[in-house]
Design a protein around this ligand. Structure first.
Ligand code: GLN
Length: 281
């Protein structure tokens, strides 16, 4: 089978999906360990027998619903190739809005930034890639996720401090003078309501509930972060939170009730409320 035939075949098999053409290119680039341009330049190159078997296995798994990112074990975020696994969330393009906003809030010069619930390390590594001089901390409650973030940090040559534990817990008691203080704290926490029917559809079925679902209609973890962040933020530091498209007003309210200043919500590329930010009370 030639590259061009494989491409057409994948697009036919995945025609019912959201992005058959892009999926075909991602799968073939990974299979052949090449860039997209290679597929266009060498359409008649043959896939070997082992590659054809792998491709058929991937397509069968994809038809059974598995995310493309899990088939190839990788997803690009902020132009960084990140290793992914079923242990944590697959990075979403919408989360790049959180990175963009955080970059506008990180002060000039050296400072420390914290990413809570880092998962693959996506947000922390994107920030480190843009601002190599800053100190980036990344925390995750799941040991597998913390290990994955460390692996991505090493593979990309972007040093960040990964800590394993629940939210602020691995940072130590904020009352102690040794506890770190951050100019910016970011988080893409679990925020989906456990009763949301969208949990039964698509890629989220293959992601851990612990990374997706929170109590109190999805707001419990956001509430916890809003309550505890001030103790770890520098004066005038910023908290930026990703949340669901329908949670903007509720998250602004939580921040305002805790005394945060300059509270605002920013929309994602789909024009939905996605990130809410505020300045330390
Ligand atoms: N935005 C993701 C989704 O709706 C959820 C991410 C999250 O819970 N942090 O699929």
């Amino acid at each position: 089978m030639q590259i061009q035939q494989a491409r057409a075949h994948i697009m036919t098999v995945l025609a019912g999906g959201e992005s058959p053409r892009a999926d075909a290119d991602v799968l073939l680039c990974h299979l052949l360990d090449c860039r997209r341009g290679y597929l266009m330049t060498w359409p008649e190159r043959e896939l070997d027998a082992a590659q054809q078997v792998t491709l058929q296995q991937w397509l069968a798994r994809r038809l059974a619903g598995e995310p493309i990112a899990h088939l190839i074990g990788e997803r690009e975020f902020w132009s960084l190739p990140l290793k992914v696994s079923p242990a944590t969330l697959i990075p979403r393009p919408d989360t790049e809005v959180l990175v963009e906003q955080a970059l506008t809030k990180i002060p000039q010069g050296p400072c420390a930034v914290l990413d809570l619930g880092t998962g693959t390390g996506a947000i922390a590594l994107a920030l480190k890639s843009e601002r190599p001089e800053i100190e980036v901390w990344a925390v995750d409650r799941m040991a597998d996720a913390a290990a994955l973030a460390r692996e991505n940090s090493a593979a990309l040559g972007l040093p960040i401090a990964v800590r394993h534990g629940s939210w602020f817990e691995p940072l130590g008691d904020a009352g102690l003078s040794k506890a770190p203080r951050f100019a910016v704290i970011v988080s893409n926490p679990p925020y989906i309501d456990g009763a949301d029917p969208h949990l039964e559809q698509g890629d989220v079925r293959f992601e851990p509930r612990s990374a997706l679902v929170a109590d109190e209609a999805g707001l419990a973890d956001i509430r916890h972060i809003v309550a505890h962040a001030p103790a770890y933020l520098l004066t005038d530091g910023w908290l930026l939170l990703e949340h669901g498209w329908d949670q903007g007003a509720a998250v602004r309210q939580l921040l305002c009730d805790s005394g945060y200043r300059e509270v605002a919500t920013v929309r994602d590329y789909g024009d939905n409320d996605r990130v809410t930010l505020g300045r330390r009370p």
